[in-house]
Write a protein that binds this ligand. Structure first.
Ligand code: AP5
Length: 224
């Protein structure tokens, strides 16, 4: 079967992480989420982490060159030879161009860019109630996807926390950055014929089923 190289696009809180976890389980492919990678770097106090933190705390995007290097190295890994799932990258036109160039150099192709669409009002509701586990970043929501035991991760038992950038003024800035810098990628990937719209304003299982259906269609078309 051909490789599956996927991009998850969408505003903050659209469910990229939630769907990314499921896709990872379905396809057993490496999952590279730039937000998670940066948060780990911040936690470990690495040079990249120290540099990224000030941007993330404000809700701004970190500079392109930092992120491009991080992802460039990962898609070349042995574990990513059958495909990969990218969450949160690319996020700007220069990032998408850099990824395009990298794929060309590796003689590989992107399979699909899944754009998960939700309104700004829904983003605010979701991020306000999000809880993330301290150990592995598993994601819950106090109302829409509650853990079995309050404040405790179902999967690894670690504490559930509110993310530093889920404060109202930072959410507003992140949304602004999305509309300004990431929205243009929809037209970019549409032109390349790989954009797939996903209505993210439905329960997570329904969204996951739609994505599975879309990917099954793409794979069938590839086989024809
Ligand atoms: P990142 O961590 O990527 O944040 P984000 O894109 O803002 O996305 P989120 O993680 O907030 O949301 P999500 O779409 O994954 O939604 P989730 O599934 O958690 O980036 C953080 C920062 O890092 C950026 O601001 C930037 O500074 C930097 N950065 C990262 N990548 C970068 C790049 N490429 N370039 C430059 N800078 C970069 O869901 C949210 C909540 O809703 C959860 O509580 C969940 O349980 C709930 N939920 C999910 N789906 C549903 C549903 N269908 N119905 C109801 N509730 C739902």
């Amino acid at each position: 079967m051909s490789e599956l190289n996927l991009i998850l696009l969408g505003p903050p809180g659209s469910g990229k992480g939630t769907q990314g976890e499921r896709l990872q389980e379905d396809f057993r492919l490496p999952y590279y989420a730039t937000g998670d990678i940066l948060r780990s770097a911040v936690k470990e106090g690495t040079e990249i982490g120290l540099k990224a933190k000030e941007y993330m705390d404000r809700g701004d995007l970190v500079p392109d060159e930092v992120i491009i290097e991080i992802i460039g190295e990962r898609v070349q890994r042995e574990e990513a030879q059958d495909g990969f799932i990218l969450d949160g990258f690319p996020r700007t036109v220069p990032q998408s161009e850099a990824l395009g160039k990298e794929m060309e150099d590796l003689e590989r192709k992107l399979s699909a860019a899944l754009l998960i669409e939700v309104s700004d009002e829904e983003v605010v509701r979701r991020l306000g109630g999000r809880r993330t586990c301290a150990a592995n970043g598993h994601v819950f929501h106090i109302e829409f996807n509650p853990p079995k035991e309050e404040g405790v991760c179902d999967l690894d038992g670690s504490e559930l926390l509110v993310r530093d950038d889920d404060r109202p003024e930072v959410i507003k800035r992140r949304l602004q950055q999305f509309h300004e810098k990431t929205s243009p990628l929809a037209a970019y990937y549409d032109e390349k014929g790989i954009l797939q719209h996903v209505d993210g304003d439905r329960p997570p299982d329904v969204v996951a089923d739609e994505i599975r259906g879309t990917l099954a269609t793409i794979r069938r078309e590839e086989e024809i």
